[in-house]
Design a protein around this ligand. Structure first.
Ligand SMILES: Nc1ncnc2c1ncn2[C@@H]1O[C@H](COP(=O)(O)OP(=O)(O)OP(=O)(O)O)[C@@H](O)[C@H]1O
Length: 277
């Protein structure tokens, strides 16, 4: 519980050190903005007219009870919902001011700029090196490949653990290392945004803590949007928090400290203090 919060009233406090360096930079500009974004799966509405501005080079957390639409929102940002036949999107999702759902947007090119890391670590059945080099080779960016692979592994806080075994299969790593390998793979191609869907939920507390430290560092260079079930995690690592509640409604979006220590909405307060969800 941080100083200045209201004691035991709230179950989750925001650590004093969270985001301190980034806060010193002042307000960040908006990189992603949804305007009245609604998503349906067949007749079921998963998101209801969600408007939100996500700041650049910050960590934005999406929290809320199961089924409230967090992952749907995340997948709307880089059009991963396109891969689901039943999904239908209305409204706008602006990235750098351009609606990603415009006809002239190539979703594959979009996903190069907006990478994604999933709940279950999913390295390719290839060597550690080849996992990281994969996207660069695909894009024909093989100049100085060794250096690029090393840099991505360093940025993902994995280099020291794997530098002598780059030829070994990525699948032989521990779960936490595999997830950092997936993060290295995502950042090797220099995306502007990294979307993370519960990236630590399959990991033990030590591996989780490494991923959280890494996310904090990543925000120096990237915009990170993370879905998490874990309120403490959202409070620890994010600058902004979006709270979705059942029915796909965004009920609160503000600085993480404000959301956790003095939420505007009674239902949000009930949710983050653990009264439901
Ligand atoms: N591929 C799909 N096909 C049909 N319905 C879906 C699909 N994916 C999600 N839904 C439905 O959309 C709603 C929102 O789901 P979503 O996965 O976005 O929520 P969530 O908040 O991320 O949930 P969780 O925390 O459990 O992962 C749910 O009612 C879910 O059943």
């Amino acid at each position: 519980m941080s100083e200045g919060s209201s004691g035991d009233e709230y179950a989750v406090g925001v650590p004093e050190e969270r985001g301190r360096d980034r806060d010193a930079d002042g307000e960040a500009s908006t990189i992603i903005e949804s305007r009245d974004l609604s998503v349906w799966y067949n007749d079921e509405q998963a998101l209801r007219s969600v408007s939100m501005e996500i700041p650049e080079k910050r960590v934005t957390a999406m929290v809320g009870p199961s089924g409230c639409g967090k992952s749907t929102y995340l997948r709307s940002i880089n059009r991963m919902n396109d891969l689901i036949d039943a999904a239908r999107v209305e409204g706008e999702m602006l990235f750098d001011g351009k609606n990603v759902y415009d006809d002239d947007v190539d979703p594959v090119a979009l996903r190069r700029r907006i990478g994604m890391v999933f709940q279950q670590p999913n390295p390719f059945p290839k060597s550690i090196y080849d996992n990281v080099a994969y996207g660069l080779r695909l894009q024909d960016r093989t100049e100085n490949l060794d250096e690029k692979v090393e840099q991505a592994l360093r940025d993902a806080a994995l280099w020291d653990e794997v530098k002598d075994q780059l030829d070994q299969s990525g699948l032989d790593l521990s779960g936490g290392q595999q997830q950092r390998l997936c993060i290295a793979r995502a950042i090797a191609v220099d995306p502007e945004v990294v979307l993370m869907d519960e990236p630590a939920s399959a990991l033990d507390p030590v591996a989780t803590s490494k991923i959280e430290d890494l996310i904090d560092d990543m925000a120096e260079e990237y915009t990170v949007v993370i879905v998490t079930h874990n309120m403490q995690q959202a409070a620890r690592i994010s600058d902004k928090t979006a709270v979705f509640l059942t029915g796909g409604e965004l009920v609160e979006f503000d600085d993480t400290e404000k959301v956790f220590e003095n939420p505007e909405n009674d239902r949000v307060e009930d949710y983050i203090t653990g009264k439901f969800g």
